[in-house]
Design a protein around this ligand. Structure first.
Ligand SMILES: [Zn+2]
Ligand SMILES: [Zn+2]
Length: 298
């Protein structure tokens, strides 16, 4: 073991082979049953749970799943990572659920026209948008199977928490879609507002991109600043609990919140906020990381 590359082996199995193994009701039932247990299951216990009497037939299907989706150990059968993720996708409703939802009014107001913002679910995307002028504050894929787990009035906050959990993954460098390595950069507005979304009309925004699956996220620099621990403490010191305020209402609370360009090449911006005569500013660099924090009496 002299070279790091010699110690790492990744074998890729053909995906068409793996997916064709799943085209069977009994096999999907096996995966579902194995996902709900704390300990590996023995052959008979698993067969009983799935409800197949014919042990030969059951064994045939179970064997098909071995190595790809199910692992056998001395203790019994359990899911592999792929098996766990297939069950996760089935429960999330990614392949199977279809949802319609009447828009839900929120306490936020549209920054363009002042009308109430609504939380809507359209084309498998959760959206926080204006009910009048069409301005979209946020739009992101949300698993349809999770909608039914919340009451209507809980959904706007559930959308918010979901997008922040995806953002937390992105800021740590993992693609929320395929778990691949994510590239991040800061982009400055180049002033062509007619072709751009609301976020691209901001002074600057963060772009996260996965080369492997093409997934991309555009995120406001304010969002990055608002998740920084020094900023959270600053706001708490001034009576603002960021956990209590949805991000689409944060602008109104932080009405002195400004983003200014520190340099164009490489791109850098400072996001600052002033409350009760005190201020905090964070500098975001070209890789979408916070590189400097200044807190001072204004
Ligand atoms: Zn509006
Ligand atoms: Zn990806």
């Amino acid at each position: 073991m002299t070279d790091e590359s010699e110690t790492r082996t990744v074998e890729h199995r053909p995906p068409e082979e793996a997916f064709s193994l799943l085209a069977d009701e009994t096999r999907l039932a096996i995966l579902r049953e194995l996902s709900g247990v704390d300990e590996p299951l023995g052959f008979s216990a698993l067969r009983e749970r799935v409800g197949v009497r014919d042990s030969g037939k059951f064994n045939y299907h179970l064997k098909k799943l071995l190595d790809s989706f199910v692992r056998r150990s001395d203790e019994g059968y359990e899911l592999t990572l792929a098996g766990t993720q297939v069950v996760g996708a089935l429960l999330a409703g990614t392949y199977t659920a279809s949802v319609s939802l009447d828009p839900i009014e929120t306490d936020g107001a549209c920054p363009e026209c002042g009308t109430a913002l609504v939380a809507a679910y359209e084309d498998e995307h959760a959206k926080i948008r204006c009910s009048d002028c069409g301005n979209v504050r946020m739009s992101f894929a949300f698993p349809p199977g999770s909608i039914e787990q919340y009451d209507r009035e809980e959904l706007p906050l559930a959308f918010e928490r979901w997008v922040f959990s995806e953002f937390a993954q992105a800021t740590r460098g993992f693609c929320p879609n395929c778990s691949g390595r994510l590239e991040a950069r800061l982009e400055l507005n180049e002033d062509e507002p007619e072709v751009k979304s609301a976020i691209e009309r901001e002074v600057a925004y963060l772009r996260y991109h996965c080369d492997r699956c093409g997934n991309r996220m555009l995120v406001s620099v304010d969002t990055l600043a608002a998740t920084n621990s020094s900023v959270v403490v600053f706001l708490a010191d001034h009576g603002v609990d960021v956990d209590d305020i949805p991000s689409w209402e944060l602008d109104e609370v932080l009405n002195a919140n400004v983003t200014e360009i520190v340099s164009r090449d490489p791109p850098r911006v400072r996001v600052s906020c002033e409350l009760d005569g005190e201020s905090i500013g964070v500098v975001v660099d070209e890789t979408a990381h916070i590189v400097d924090i200044e807190r001072s009496d204004a």
